[in-house]
Design a protein around this ligand. Structure first.
Ligand code: DAH
Length: 344
């Protein structure tokens, strides 16, 4: 009896070892394990017979069964380790990432040249002690004209220059057709008045913003464009302070070697007045208007012209951006052609 068991056990052992060691993959190994070590295996069959043997034979055969089971487990573990590491290296090889491949670089946004120019100018002005303020784009006639010493019969008020928004009930202006309207600010200058009314002197304020004029778009004009207004009011400010500030700011923006000139001009809200030009593209290009704040304007802002004086300027941000970025047609700034925006 025991000899039969031994023979069965030995046959089961070699068959099982063969199957476990030769299992081609992990599924086959699992199948071999249950076939040769599971409940229905020959090994388990021999184990079941143990109960019918006498004590000595049982102990001896039991030890052998256990030894075979341990040997099979070890063989299975060894094969499992081999198969798992083979699987892992296949996965590593097929999922491998080639870190030397050039990446697909996502297109990056950037600041619009006008925003870039605005921020550069404001940085310079903040460095000179100015504060930044913003104001409304829809103004009233009083802030846009009267308070800036621009009388009602001034040609700048004509419908040809100023865009009015219909605003029934505002009563600021009567069109030919009898409707009323408010002006879109024609410059950032009305903020001079708002800033003065808001704060006692000394005052150093910079105002970026959009302005509107009934102009036909061409290379150097747009019906909507940008300005940065500067206003400095303090006791004893002179034209020398104006000139110094303008040249410092313009050189910081355009480079130390920028060719600049001041040219006499007229504005209702400044006396004397001037314009600052930069040499660009073989000609002088106007960058800003400026001057010493007219006493009437100081009075409109609630300041006393006997105690303080001031200078002011209004810079055409778009023109400055043209010079800074080497652009020759203003319209490019508003057409939103990505090829242009990416190239400046
Ligand atoms: N408001 C003027 C314009 O739009 C520019 C200007 C000129 C602003 C002289 C000023 C100034 O503050 O003093 O053309």
């Amino acid at each position: 009896m025991t000899t039969d068991h031994r023979a069965t056990l030995s046959a089961a052992r070699s068959e099982a070892l063969g199957a476990l060691r030769a299992a081609p993959d992990l599924d086959a190994l699992d199948a071999a394990r249950s076939a040769y070590m599971g409940k229905r295996s020959a090994l388990t069959g021999v184990q079941r017979q143990l109960g019918g043997l006498d004590a000595d034979a049982r102990r001896a055969l039991g030890r052998e069964v256990n030894a075979v089971r341990a040997e099979l487990s070890a063989a299975e573990a060894t094969r499992r380790a081999e198969l798992e590491s083979r699987r892992d290296s296949v996965v590593l090889a097929t999922d491998a990432i080639d870190v030397t491949l050039p990446p697909r670089v996502p297109a990056r946004g950037r600041l619009h040249p006008i925003v870039e120019t605005t921020e550069a100018m404001l940085d310079i002005l903040v460095g000179l002690g100015y504060r930044v303020a913003e104001g409304p784009e829809v103004e009233t006639d009083w802030f846009n004209f009267d308070a800036l010493n621009t009388p009602p019969d001034h040609p700048a008020r004509s419908l040809q220059d100023t865009i009015y928004v219909r605003h029934p009930g505002a009563g600021n202006r009567t069109d030919e057709d009898g409707s009323t309207g408010l002006p879109l600010r024609t410059s950032t200058s009305p903020m001079q008045i708002r800033a003065m009314l808001r704060q006692e002197p000394p005052l150093f304020v910079a105002v970026p913003g959009r302005v509107f004029r009934a102009d036909t778009a061409d290379a150097t004009h747009l019906p909507m464009f940008h300005q940065i207004e500067g206003l400095a009011v303090a006791p004893g400010l002179s034209f020398a302070d104006l000139k110094g500030s303008l040249f410092v700011a313009a050189r910081a923006l355009l480079g130390e070697d920028a060719r600049l000139r001041l040219r006499p001009h007229f504005f209702p809200f400044t006396e004397p007045s001037c314009e600052l030009d930069a040499w660009y593209g073989g000609r002088w290009m106007e960058l800003l208007g400026a001057g010493m704040v007219h006493p009437n304007v100081l009075v409109a802002g609630g300041y006393d012209p006997d105690e303080v004086s001031g200078f002011a300027w209004g810079m055409g941000t778009d023109r400055m951006a043209m010079v800074r970025h080497g652009v020759t047609d203003l319209r490019l700034f508003v057409e939103n052609d990505v090829r242009f925006l990416a190239s400046v």
